[in-house]
Design a protein around this ligand. Structure first.
Ligand code: ARG
Length: 480
């Protein structure tokens, strides 16, 4: 569309040849519900498609939220999430824009490179966000694979009118060389991917919406691309071009700004406009007991009510690792399980236990490593403090028999990823104390963090004690 690739007579011939009826979107109404599908309105009129990728964030095309070189003010944007009929006010949800983030390299190196933008909403959505396929899943959209594009865009090859009913088209992924053939230097394989065949394509008004593959078993959509541009619509030899969001570098750009992964189901305790997308899980282990006679590992670990899904657990003892998963009991804010363990591990009576919470749409990942053993260590402490100069102080008590280390870890979110700094305190006669200056780099990142700074203090019990590990979690600095 940006460049006349074909001479005028050829173009005319094509216009005549492209049969309108089967042209754009294959002319078919969407055959299933897409709760994350979103219509983006600017000043109250339909402009583009978009996808809910997190309860508070939609993904769209950069060119959908730009006026000239400038992003539009977020308050001018409205999002209709989970509708099928554009004019059906009773369906789905309506949300407003709170903050627009356009890719800083949009338009570089090719005129439509990096055509993505994120908009944070003023209020969480309860619709289920759409997952974006991670870069290691490229096999699911290799050239020739049939994928799906949806939108309210025009159905005629050169039309401009939006449709009321959400449309879908099945389109084959086109190889990068094939697309370079069609678009020359306008095609940037790092940030674009093509899909479509004659008569099957997206069109004007579909921009910003998702190109997707469906999970075979559940038919859940997973996003691969964002509708970006094309020469005409459905023209022979000119497939649609999409922002390549399921591949590096765009996937990393998005993941650095929005916690992706397991879908958080909206609701929760309604954190909203604060801009604090990522909450700590505050996982702590209150009990990790090995019962030698029953051959059981008995664990009780408090965690925030926001956390959901599963943790993975590994018990390393007697030269082997026993792995399993355990559910998070969100209602009771805890993880609680009794696991039958191998006989030789039970005989040993102690081992290193690792519990990993992978994080979800709005809770950050966390991992705890402790000794599991028959008797507790009774770790006690006050909330650790962090001075503005970066000095971390903590102290407390522990069973006088305890030997080894108390480890204090701070976690915070910097540019979308969770960082952890850990320091060890020495134990002496049932007391321990920590007073250290953190590296300047961490102090600077903590200053620029999103969300809170959380501490986890653990007695790891690494010495050959039959004392089990204990851990406590606290918030050290508030959200910002
Ligand atoms: N740029 C168009 C829009 O703003 C999308 C064009 C997609 N065209 C295509 N042939 N796939 O809606």
């Amino acid at each position: 569309m940006r460049r006349s690739l074909l001479s005028a007579p050829v173009l005319l011939a094509l216009l005549v040849a492209a049969p309108a009826a089967q042209a754009v979107n294959g002319g078919r109404a969407a055959t299933q519900d897409f709760p994350a599908m979103t219509a983006l309105e600017l000043d109250g009129s339909f402009r583009c498609g978009a996808t809910l990728i997190h309860p508070e964030v939609v993904l769209t095309a950069a060119h959908c939220v730009l006026e000239g070189d400038d992003p539009v003010a977020a308050q001018r944007l409205t999002f209709l999430i989970g509708r099928r009929l554009l004019d059906d006010d009773s369906a789905g949800e309506v949300r407003r824009g709170a903050q627009v983030t356009v890719h800083e390299s949009y338009g570089k190196p090719a005129p439509n490179s990096n055509d993505v933008a994120l908009v944070r909403l003023t209020q969480r959505s309860g619709q289920e966000p759409m997952g974006i396929l991670p870069p290691d899943q490229r096999a699911r959209w290799s050239p020739g694979t049939e994928v799906k594009v949806i939108g309210w865009g025009a159905r005629l090859p050169i039309g401009l009118l939006a449709t009321n009913q959400l449309q879908e088209a099945h389109v084959p992924v086109v190889s990068d060389p094939g697309c370079a053939n069609a678009y020359g230097s306008d095609f940037d394989a790092r940030t674009m991917v093509c899909a479509g065949r004659t008569g099957r394509d997206a069109c004007q008004g579909d921009s910003g919406g998702p190109l997707m593959t469906l999970d075979a078993d559940t038919r859940r959509p997973r996003q691969i691309g964002v509708v970006s541009f094309g020469f005409g619509c459905g023209f022979p030899g000119a497939p649609g071009v999409y922002a390549r969001v399921a591949d590096t570098p765009l996937h990393s750009w998005i993941a650095a700004r929005v916690p992706l992964g397991a879908q958080a189901g909206g609701g929760g305790d309604g954190a909203s406009a604060s801009g604090n997308l990522i909450h700590p899980a505050k996982l702590a282990i209150a009990r990790a007991r090995i019962d030698r006679s029953d051959r059981e590992l008995d664990v009780l670990a408090p965690i925030t009510g926001r956390a959901s899904g599963e943790v993975t657990v590994a018990l390393r003892a007697a030269g082997r690792t026993h792995r399993f998963t355990a559910p998070v009991d969100s209602a009771n804010r805890r993880i609680r399980f009794t696991e039958r363990i191998p006989a030789e591990q039970a005989r040993k009576g102690s081992g290193i236990l690792t519990i990993s919470y992978p994080g979800d749409g709005d809770t950050r990942p966390q991992e705890l490593r402790l000794r599991a053993a028959p008797r507790g260590a009774r770790l006690d402490l006050d909330r650790p403090t962090l001075s503005s100069g970066g000095r971390l102080r903590a102290k407390g008590t522990i069973t006088s028999r305890a030997r080894g280390l108390v480890r204090v870890g701070l976690s915070y979110v910097h540019q979308g990823t969770t960082r952890v700094v850990e320091r060890n305190a020495r134990i002496k006669d049932g007391r321990w104390r920590l007073n250290v200056r953190l590296p300047a780099e961490d102090v600077a990142r903590i200053g620029a963090r999103t969300g809170t700074v959380q501490s986890t203090t653990a007695f790891t019990g690494y010495l050959r004690e039959r004392l089990r590990g204990e851990a406590r979690a606290f918030r050290v600095l508030g959200a910002r």
